[in-house]
Unconditional design. Structure first.
Lengths: 294, 451
């Protein structure tokens, strides 16, 4: 039997060693791009001179940029609220099913989340196709008017939010389901003995017990939703009238498609301080609640 | 920049025949530097069979010259051609030769090697290049791309001649016959007002005219020729923002009236939507190269036999047609520049161009004028007989690109940021007044012009 070298027999050393691939990934795919984007955002369009914060100042004078800010916030808030509500309702529904039958429902509900979004969104695009929408074909069969899913501002926004909710709700479902299962059954039994009804049990036991999970899931989802790219790119490419652009797609239009990389980097970095503040507030509350429970 | 294509072409046909014949007779000379490997990132052709023909030509050239040629055909759908170029230019690695549509040459000029020796060789043996093509690729005193054997195209009116005759009373085959025997007076009457009246009649008959008012290259293209024909520009030749003009207001007023007769879905169309609109039999007219007809020939022959390509309507400032030149450029990180230059020379040979014209069923337009003399593809295309005769610009049309008449670097950004279709959609769908929309465009153009 081979004996491990002394260094590897020390648990902290092994732990660090095993974390190296993760650190390398984070350094290479998160830290380096982030600092490189910061660097790019301080350059002029030709990337030949340092301009400080001029790119951000320039952005603040652009009508389209402020429209993108408003749209991104609207998109993220509406989509996250619906994902959370649907996820919670679905988690409750599955949690009431006997354990034996839960697996297949969990599996089916997770399908939208595990399919690569670019692929599933392409399927949605066929359903919404501007001229030959499959959904509209069905609607007209029942003498109902066709809906301009992608060519009207309201419906285009509705469509990208709908697809985002469809893709993202299962994440909330699985997180909430795990949280629900961790609540001790005795709490509900005691509440029932005290005469509590279903709503009272939900508001006074379920919600407080999964509050931290709700907060963390919401934070994570806001970050991911605000940074969404693929759904808008495939469905609307930011149209009509730029009214479905999000930070990522607008940064892509300005930076990659129009060759103004520094301005594109500035657009994409704009959401960083907002998300950092949000993350700080939510995580601080989570920590405080955890501390008070302890 | 516009160019009177017809007059110069005809003049050229008479005067440069001998030079062209000489070019045809001259064999391609293999150089000592051409061995090695070449990776090509080429535009994925719309017309079925064109890629295969080009691949055969390039593979044969590789075998004859001891060069291992690898080809990736990259679609322009979803701007993938541009995105791949951006990725390669940032990474400093990728293909040796890359296809660049007109807006891409100015965008990537800093990473493209000058190919003056190649282009000057080509022009000295084969005659002049279209002025609009020179304008797109001759940048800062150097050629940054060489003529591509595929991809260069224009956006004529592509109409259902049967529907125009039945519902609008316009015989397009009489106006634009498959011969040079046009009646100038009748052609002169083919203006945007006539077109709008026809669009109204077609719309009432359930066969609307359709063109993208969405952020897609085809949207920028047809609006480029509409705006130019009203003398309306975003930025002038000196790089000054001139969007706040009477001409722009006039063309936007016209667009509001025209859009009444277009389908609502045009605000979400992509480059394939107008093709589908015509091929399905639903559309009465579009502005497009002959790809819609070529695919209809395969997928819906009943529609294809009624399609007719003809000139773009005239506006107060003249008659213009959107024109996109395609170039092959050599990246500065290519390690096979000698072989790449040899290949650029070879694919501009008239016989290669003629082969590709046949393979693309006339979709491609040569940018070197003498190359028109070596092909009858537009006259021979059918059904119906003469369907493409007028695709190879015969009349008084001048060529433009999105962003015209701004300098190429600015025009390229006007095109890639899709300012024209967004401006048009703001007044036709978004509820903006013309003044509000013009104000928005001025604000956007500041971003285009920033240093």
């Amino acid at each position: 039997m081979r004996v491990l070298p002394p260094l590897l027999r020390r648990k902290p050393a092994v732990a660090v060693l095993m974390c190296v691939p993760l650190f390398a990934l984070i350094l290479g795919l998160v830290a380096y791009p982030f600092f490189h984007a910061l660097f790019l955002a301080t350059l002029n369009k030709a990337e030949t001179a340092f301009v400080g914060l001029d790119n951000f100042t320039f952005l603040f004078g652009r009508q389209t940029f402020w429209m993108v800010v408003r749209q991104s916030l609207l998109f993220a808030l509406v989509a996250v609220v619906f994902k959370a509500l649907i996820g919670l309702a679905a988690a409750h529904a599955i949690n009431t099913i006997p354990t034996k039958g839960q697996r297949k429902w969990r599996g089916m509900m997770l399908i939208p989340w595990v399919i690569p979004p670019a692929l599933s969104t392409l399927g949605w695009w066929w359903l919404f196709e501007p001229t030959y929408s499959a959904i509209n074909w069905g609607l007209t069969k029942f003498a109902m008017p066709a809906v301009p899913w992608l060519s009207d501002t309201f419906w285009a926004r509705f469509s990208i939010i709908l697809v985002n909710v469809w893709v993202g709700a299962p994440f909330f479902l699985i997180m909430y389901l795990a949280a629900l299962k961790s609540i001790p059954g005795e709490l509900y039994e005691a509440a029932e003995m005290d005469g509590a009804g279903p709503w009272q049990k939900f508001f006074f036991i379920t919600l407080p017990m999964i509050r931290n999970i709700i907060a963390i899931t919401t934070l994570f989802s806001i970050i991911v939703t605000l940074a969404n790219f693929d759904i808008v790119r495939v469905l609307t490419q930011g149209g009509p009238l730029n009214t479905t652009h999000l930070f990522a797609t607008y940064a892509f239009r300005v930076g990659i498609e129009s060759g103004d990389i520094p301005l594109g980097a500035s657009v994409s970095l704009f959401m960083f301080p907002m998300l950092a503040i949000l993350a700080f507030i939510i995580l601080r509350n989570v920590r405080r609640r955890a501390a008070s429970l302890a | 920049m516009g160019t009177k294509a017809t007059a110069s072409r005809r003049t050229f046909m008479k005067t440069a025949g001998a030079a062209a014949a000489g070019a045809l007779a001259a064999p391609y000379v293999k150089t000592a530097h051409s061995a090695g490997k070449l990776k090509l990132g080429l535009w994925d052709h719309w017309v079925p069979g064109a890629n295969e023909a080009l691949e055969q030509i390039l593979t044969r050239w590789g075998e004859d010259n001891g060069v291992e040629v690898t080809i990736d055909f990259i679609t322009s759908i979803g701007n993938k051609l541009l995105l791949t170029a951006q990725a390669e230019s940032r990474a400093g690695s990728g293909h040796d030769i890359y296809s660049h549509a007109f807006a891409m040459v100015p965008l990537f000029k800093h990473r493209l090697v000058a190919v003056d020796d190649v282009v000057e060789d080509i022009l000295s043996t084969q005659g002049p290049i279209a002025e609009i093509s020179r304008f797109s690729a001759f940048l800062d005193g150097a050629w940054k791309g060489s003529p591509s054997p595929t991809g260069t195209l224009s956006y004529p009116t592509v109409a259902r001649r049967d529907l125009f005759l039945e519902h609008a009373g316009i015989d397009l085959t009489e106006l634009f016959p498959a011969s040079d025997a046009r009646d100038p007076a009748k052609v002169d009457g083919w203006d945007w007002e006539t077109f709008r009246e026809a669009a109204a009649a077609l719309h009432a008959a359930g066969h609307s005219f359709g063109a993208p008012l969405a952020t897609t290259p085809d949207g920028s293209a047809w609006l480029a020729h509409l705006f130019a024909s009203y003398g309306a520009a975003m930025v002038d030749e000196r790089g000054e923002v001139v969007v706040n003009s009477d001409a722009v207001r006039e063309v936007l007023e016209y667009l509001i009236r025209l859009a009444e007769f277009m389908p609502d879905s045009v605000y979400a169309w992509d480059d394939a939507s107008n093709n589908r609109w015509l091929i399905s039999g639903q559309g009465g007219a579009i502005f497009n190269p002959p790809s819609a007809w070529a695919v209809a020939k395969r997928d819906n022959p009943d529609v294809a036999r009624h399609v007719w390509h003809c000139d773009v309507p005239r506006g107060p400032a003249g008659r213009f047609r959107a024109f996109t030149s395609f170039f092959w450029g050599i990246w500065d990180f290519s390690e096979s520049q000698s072989a790449a230059r040899d290949l650029l020379r070879y694919v501009a040979q008239p016989e290669v161009v003629a082969t590709m014209l046949r393979a693309s069923q006339g979709f491609d337009l040569p940018m070197i004028r003498s190359h028109y003399d070596h092909s009858n593809v537009w006259a021979e295309a059918e059904p119906p007989a003469g369907v493409l005769y007028n695709y190879a610009m015969l009349g008084d049309e001048r060529t433009v690109f999105a962003g015209y008449p701004a300098p190429p670097e600015i025009g390229a950004r006007i095109a890639t940021q899709q300012i024209l279709p967004t401006l048009a959609a703001r007044v036709t769908q978004g509820g903006d007044s013309i003044s509000e929309a013009v104000g928005w465009a001025e604000n956007e153009l500041e971003g285009v012009l920033r240093g």
